[in-house]
Design a protein around this ligand. Sequence first.
Ligand SMILES: [Zn+2]
Length: 344
Amino acid sequence: MSLDATNQFESVSTPWLTPVFAQLLETYQAGRLAHGVLFTGSAGIGKFKLAKNIAQYLLCSSKQADGACRQCHSCKLFLAHNHLDFHLLENETDKSIGIEQVRSLIATLNERPHLGDNKVVIIKNAQLLTIPAANALLKTLEEPQGNSYLILLARTHHQLMPTLLSRVQQTHLHTPEDSQLLAWLAELGFFVEDKGLLRLFQNSPLALLNHLQSVQQASAIDERRNCVEGLFSVLNQPETLFTFSQFLAESAEQRLQLLFHLLHDLHKLKLSESVMNKDAVYSFALPQLQIWQSQITLKSLRYLSSELLQTRKLLVDHSGLKKELLINALLIKIKNEFKEIAVC
Ligand SMILES: [Zn+2]
């Protein structure tokens, strides 16, 4: 389940979004909010949540200084996911948003609002808009119909057409600092000491929370430890290779990503030891990583990282493949690269 696709975080506090929300309200109240706005930021930062809060505010018939009233008819309909002047366009990840979808959206925008003065549309993953679809949107943005607002969401602005970018007001959502993030997690009952975990999720709060909640629910141990132990046994007891392949194959996309981070940390450690503690995902395993980095060349690490990403992509793109076998072949390559330098 993708993070953005759920409403699971609707009731969770998101203090890092508060100043951004306040700033947007101020812009609106000063009459300077554009009809097209774009929110960018990493997955799990809360773009969709912010967009919905703004949408509810724009539709609210009794706007307060600090946001929507949450009491009026419009707010009630919005909170019940039943507001006729609110539209959400979202496709499954990687499925492009085509011209037909945008045309029918524009047709709805051209109708008069049912309730108040405004209409709001949120387009998630706006990078999935095809060029014709983006062009159709451009026209709407040039000649907005009445009070319609279009809120686009994307990870970075680089993913969007420059022509589209030039017609929207962009707000980038920055990830919180470590201290703010740790305090927020502690408030929610998660006491995280290991900053490697923050790095693993690029300081994206909701992605982290999602992870911590699922770990708690499954009472699973931290999978990074499994990766370190798995690699250790592959290098020292080759007969365990297939067991580790099976473990990785059970959740190939996520676990291969973890293994990639392990190689990446080794790479960084090889370049400069001082980088390790601040940035590393595997800082808890530093002594072991220091041994490994002396057993492998930079060239090998680069080669293995690219092989790993290729395997991962193959498995994600083609679900029918024999996962264990492909991963097994990858692990043999990893084992051989370490071995060569050990022999030298
Ligand atoms: Zn209201």
